[in-house]
Design a protein around this ligand. Structure first.
Ligand SMILES: [Zn+2]
Length: 391
């Protein structure tokens, strides 16, 4: 990235922060949190800072335009001290779900920074000039939707399985490929490292056997906790059987013929009809698939580490130049349609590659080795991905 690209990104960040600094929000008590920023052209991480209140943080951000900003999930007696001398008062708990952990890779390209060639496959070396290739991962709209659904499942599990209050949970789009679920609940404030590990195992369904929840002998799914997730995923498979490669044509036909009855019986937890229709082998396969669909693929390291600093709500993520912002748990929307408004003025870019991408209700078309005028907020995304230059 050269000087003019850096200047352009800073001007977009400045516009965003001038308009939306009210979205920057560290949870209380602000002065007892560790704050960290990535600053300067060399992108240096500065940690162990503390601020009196959110206003002071907003001022720092407007003055310094950091590339990234973080706050601790823990509340400390001495937030500015080194980690072993901070003294934790209590810790909140955060979960990170990334599209990649759902097996959703998005659009990946390999670009040659020397001659500008773009490849859809990893050839290691550029076939035109022999230079090393750089992998670029773009955010894919479908992956964002899937990850958002998982974040909502996680929130539901926290409410139903752990007794957390819904208003103690906040869900955020991370600004890049995933979502953060942030919980400040008495339920979690005093838990140990081992208990954190157990929560992680529960959500990831580590080493869980289906017969904990699926009573094959009684042909019944026990619809509590994970069982509820398994039952609803069995229903999902029955709703569109042809999307599941492990089902043969004959089974798909049988499911399609009696779909309604099957859905209503499985919804009640009964597997009787499913067994008589499909046989034991197929039924077990369906349950196994439903079990793996029921995993909530959180990043364990984020949840486990009580000294973790997490991206600050309302601040820009330099991987994409989009902000992290809160999304609703109940609405059925495509989260990136709700991206706060900034950077709408157009700017001319030289674009090497950009897959189609939906943002703020608009689908940006695919671009390949072309000059194009695009809104500044989208230009900032392409520039931060290293696939566009300001003309
Ligand atoms: Zn090349």
């Amino acid at each position: 990235m050269n000087g003019s690209e850096l200047r352009f990104l800073r001007s977009v960040y400045s516009e965003y922060y001038l308009k939306h600094s009210n979205l920057i929000e560290v949870p209380p008590p602000v002065s007892k949190r560790e704050i960290g920023f990535v600053v300067g052209n060399e992108k240096v991480m500065k940690r162990h800072m503390s601020f009196q209140d959110n206003e002071a943080i907003r001022k720092y951000i407007l003055d310094n335009l950091p590339w990234d900003a973080f706050h601790s999930c823990s509340v400390y007696e001495f937030p500015e001290n080194p980690i072993d001398k901070k003294n934790v008062i209590w810790s909140e708990i955060a979960f990170d779900i990334d599209a990649k952990d759902l097996g959703c890779q998005g659009e990946t390209y390999w670009v040659c920074d020397k001659c500008g060639e773009v490849f859809k496959k990893d050839l290691q070396k550029c076939s035109s000039c022999g230079n090393e290739l750089r992998e670029v991962n773009f955010i894919a709209s479908t992956c964002i939707e899937k990850t958002y659904e998982k974040a909502k499942e996680l929130a539901l599990s926290l409410v139903e399985d752990f007794g957390v209050n819904e208003n103690e949970i906040k869900v955020f789009y991370s600004g890049h490929m995933g979502f953060h679920v942030y919980v400040d609940s008495q339920v979690f404030r005093e838990i140990s490292q081992d208990e954190r590990r157990e929560i992680i195992d529960f959500l990831l369904l580590n080493e869980l056997q289906p017969n904990f929840f699926v009573l094959f002998s009684q042909l019944q799914i026990n619809k509590v906790g994970v069982g509820r997730r398994i039952a609803s995923n069995v229903v999902k498979i029955i709703e569109s059987p042809s999307s599941y490669a492990f089902l043969d044509e004959d089974s798909i036909k049988k499911i399609e013929q009696r779909k309604k009855e099957l859905i209503s019986s499985v919804s009640e937890g009964s597997l009787k009809l499913a067994l008589s229709l499909l046989g034991q082998k197929i039924l077990k396969r369906i349950v196994q698939e439903a079990l793996s669909m029921s995993r909530i693929p959180i990043d364990p390291s984020v949840t486990l580490d009580e000294h973790r600093i997490i991206r600050m709500p309302g601040t820009i993520n330099s991987k994409s130049s989009f902000p992290k912002f809160e999304v609703s748990l109940s609405e059925k929307v495509y989260p990136l349609d709700l991206l706060p408004t900034y950077g709408e003025k157009p700017i001319k870019l030289k674009v090497r590659i950009a897959p189609p991408f939906r943002l703020r209700g608009e689908t940006f078309k695919e671009l390949h080795n072309t000059e194009e005028e695009v809104p500044r907020f989208y230009a900032a995304y392409l520039v931060s991905k290293g696939v566009a230059q300001v003309v």
